[in-house]
Design a binder for this molecule. Sequence first.
Ligand code: C2E
Ligand code: CA
Ligand code: CA
Length: 701
Amino acid sequence: MTVNTVLIITDNVADAKLLEETLATARDGPFITDWVRHLSDAVTRLERCSVDIILADLFLPDSHGLETFDALFKLVPPIPILVLCDEENEHVAIEAVQRGAQGFLSKGHFQTSLVPQALRNIIQRKKVEEALFVERERSRVTLESIGDGVLSTDVAGNVTYMNAVAERMTGWARDEAQSRPIAEVLHLIDGDTRQLQRNPVEVVIAHGKPLTLHANSVLLRRDGYESSIEDSVAPIFDRNGRITGAVVTFHDVSEAKIMALKMAHLAQHDYLTGLPNRLLFNDRLSQAIAYAKRHATQLAVLFLDLDNFKHINDSLGHAVGDMLLESVASRLVSQVRHSDTVSRFGGDEFVVLVLEDALAEHAAITVEKILHAFAAPHRLADHELHITTSIGISVFPGDGDDPDALVKNADAAMYHAKKKGKNNYQFFNSAMNALAVERQATEVELRRAIAGDELLVYYQPKVDLVSGMVTGAEALVRWVHPEKGMIFPQSFIPIAEDSGLIIAIGKIVLRQACRHAKAWRDQGMQSFTIAINVSALEFRDSRFIENLRNVLDETGLEARFLQLELTESVLMRNVESSSAVLHKLKQIGVQLAIDDFGTGYSSLSYLSQFPIDVLKIDQSFVQRISANNGNGIIVNAVIGMGTNLGQKIVAEGVETPAQLSFLHAHHCTEGQGYLFSAAVPADDFTRLLGQGAIGVSVPRQ
Ligand code: C2E
Ligand code: CA
Ligand code: CA
């Protein structure tokens, strides 16, 4: 139990003694008493050490009446003061009580046992008051220093308090707002609908549970200024658990909101074109699918890939490439409806969501509009660029019912459009899907074929068109599948190229072909050359040349009897590096041929700079030759051009005597085709060589 200390201030010795005695013998434990006779002594005493209560006679030798009280009260406001008085100056004591004294004790009552009890109560109450005051001060300072607006109400929802931030944000001064309904002071609307929001304080008071506000609350300041806020409301309970009001805390999130919007935009859009990116596209597509399911409508996904964009990018630089992409983006946007979504998936791939196309034809119409719009050139800086696009289309619900499937299938259809010669569109259908599955299976089987010995090299003779003698052969790979039998290159070379297996296949063919060529040369075929097809991946492979040297060493074939056939598209893909590789190959001593000549870019200015020995006229041109029409014109032009550049010309796909005679008449030196022989196994080829000239007599014209 704490012992209370009492300071008695009186000049009356008897009174002092009496009080001291009463307090020393108190029933619930004694008080420690200290007695002084002058105000000045009391002041000194109190400055030295505090006490729990003061019993003061206001009439002292050095101070009189209220003056005494005021001096003490000023000195130690938190210490309760009890005035000692007699009847005639009781009115002074009452005045003192009005000024802050805790009460008065009249002479004649000093002795009663109630005095210690009363003192204890006063001390206790004063301590609680003091603690409360400190607590309230702490809350006040806290509330005024925090950055959030704080506002409290009574149970009727009328404002009882608001801090400075709340004043600033609502535009209401505390005094004005006092006792007004909260909805008037904290004026909230929904940021989307702009409807008045039900004031959260009413809700909290009604339900007695805390509430975090509406994600999209906008606070209207008294002058109309708007700020987005985030807030929470909590009920206040009394000790009996009854709600006595509520506290709202809120803060301005306008800036955070702008920042969040900015970030969200960045995360969902393509930096270059500003179009939605894949993420946002997928989101929109999911929503569109959900809608289409509910309303039994359709939608289409268009997958666009620009044709030969890489070529422009490589040759004119990325800055021009970027400008072109931006130009393409805005052209696309201009061709679709507002409700459709044009997105960029990266690189030169764009994906468009076309909504509510009840019929597949509608998608086709949009696509045709797009292809048409692409026909106009893009004028960028000082370039005039032409670019086309290949488009694949998948339709919901027929071609898939989730975003992934629809995009994947549109992509597959686009791939198909590329195969069909670019600048066109293709619909996805299940047959195309089956094709993809089959490709997968073929790849697996092809790996096995390479590891085993299912790959054979066939040879097709090349013939001197004047003498009819075999000048060499083109090595053409065949896959002898244990179950499916003979498989031709068209069915597996593209897969081998896509999967990289072409490198291994190329090595097998090169080795076999060089070995056979060496044998045939050793048998007396002095002018015999062997031609090998080299695909893009091999040509770009850093180990290609090294392997070539090794195989030549190993088989003993002289480099000049080996001819490498490359297509124009392989060479034109990167003109500079192609040129470097070609010159390295020339250093080794091999011959270089351009295969399928006439079908590719035919950028003659480049081709004339490459060290090319042979042009192989594509069979499509040769086959258009017939005796009596002018279709031979291209063949004729190629022959003339090649001859001028000092290149040998080989005509491919010679099937008829008429073609042969045309070629002969136009001074084409060599030919290859079914008219002479198809590609045959090595043994058959050996026999064929034994026959000498493969006797197609050139008809005289
Ligand atoms: P290519 O290089 O243009 O080969 C000529 C193709 O035309 C061969 O088909 C050949 O059998 C065929 N052909 C020959 N004479 C005639 C004819 O008179 N009329 C017709 N219509 N066709 C004729 P094949 O063997 O099916 O090869 C197709 C393509 O596969 C080749 O076209 C070549 O690009 C590629 N290829 C073949 N073997 C290899 C190889 O070992 N490596 C690489 N990378 N590609 C190869
Ligand atoms: Ca070829
Ligand atoms: Ca060819």
